[in-house]
Design a protein around this ligand. Structure first.
Ligand code: GDP
Length: 299
């Protein structure tokens, strides 16, 4: 809880200060509600959600004074309502061995770091994990994944920079099967500058994996950087088309006052949110819980 509230403190202090500023010794009316709506839009909840939530907060409370703390409490309830349908844990179905998780997202979103954090979590749960350095485009990504492998004790299949990512994916899945690993975490490239090539590469990775296991990948997690704000919405669209995203991980919530973006995403796509990143450390990945998150951001 402490990690969560501290991680989300930039969002919560912005929303909290906004609410305190608006409602201290003022009535709830069209004017104050509009100001509240602005605060929520600035925190990136999206215009539609901000309107709906302020309307709900106003209902039956017009022309009365309302304490800022009361507004925060109701806001938390409303945010929880919006997020509850998407807060779903990532379950590793043991019927699949390995359970293949394909990690996708633009460069810098936090894919490699999230793979390291997940590997550590799964290992702590007693699962044997293998990593595949599928971002063959960047030497640094390959090196970074190897470091996470050492840190978490997970074997890493890596090739030289420029190697064919689909070939590597195929070999990694074969190897993970042979060695009896429970989970295979597959990194991928994220160079959006060449969107067509990237999408073709992701499709090919999926196609070759299905030659070995036709149900693979069993999860396709899109890693999104919270600091990019509304841009996250178009990333969901792009990667959704190319890779059939099954769930989201939102990183860097500690580095932004715009944590409300999760509400905008829930509204628009309804995709499951599995984890949130609240720091660079190995333990700074929290399972996404709607109530905790809502209470942490509402000020
Ligand atoms: P990739 O290109 O998608 O693989 O991104 P990386 O995993 O290399 O991450 C890019 C940068 O973001 C690194 O400096 C990470 O330490 C940092 N990062 C990743 N997740 C988080 C997070 O939740 N919070 C913060 N503050 N930094 C993060």
């Amino acid at each position: 809880w402490k990690r969560l509230t501290e991680g989300l403190s930039r969002t919560s202090s912005t929303i909290g200060a906004g609410i305190t500023g608006i409602f201290t010794k003022r009535k709830l009316d069209a004017q104050t509600l509009e100001e509240l709506e602005d605060v929520l839009v600035q925190a990136d909840l999206g215009v539609a959600a901000a309107m709906r939530i302020t309307e709900n907060i106003g209902e039956g409370r017009f022309d009365k004074e309302i304490a800022p703390e009361e507004v925060k409490r109701i806001l938390a309830e409303e945010v929880e309502k919006a997020l509850a349908p998407v807060a779903k844990p990532l379950t590793i179905d043991t019927a699949h061995k390995p359970f293949v998780i394909l990690m996708v997202g633009v460069n810098g979103a936090g894919k490699t770091t999230t793979i390291g954090k997940l590997a550590s979590k799964f290992a702590a749960d007693g699962k044997s994990v293998m990593l595949a350095a599928g971002d063959t485009f960047r030497a640094a990504a390959i090196e970074q994944l190897k470091i996470w492998g050492e840190r978490t004790g997970a074997p890493v299949l890596a090739r030289e920079q420029g190697a064919d990512a689909a070939g590597l994916a195929y070999d990694a899945l074969n190897q993970a099967r042979t060695d009896g690993h429970d989970v295979l975490l597959m990194d991928t490239a994220g160079r959006l500058q060449n969107k067509t090539a990237l999408m073709a590469e992701l499709e090919k990775i999926i196609r070759v994996m299905r030659k070995i296991d036709e149900s693979a990948p069993h999860a396709v997690l899109l890693v999104l950087d919270a600091t990019v704000g509304q841009n996250a919405l178009s990333q969901v669209e792009i990667f959704g088309k190319a890779a059939g995203v099954t769930g989201l991980v939102m990183t860097k919530l500690d580095g932004t006052a715009r944590g409300g973006i999760l509400v905008a995403l829930a509204d628009r796509f309804g995709l499951p949110v599995h984890y949130i990143g609240v720091g660079e450390g190995v333990d700074d990945l929290e399972p996404f819980a709607a109530r905790d998150f809502a209470q942490a951001i509402a000020g």
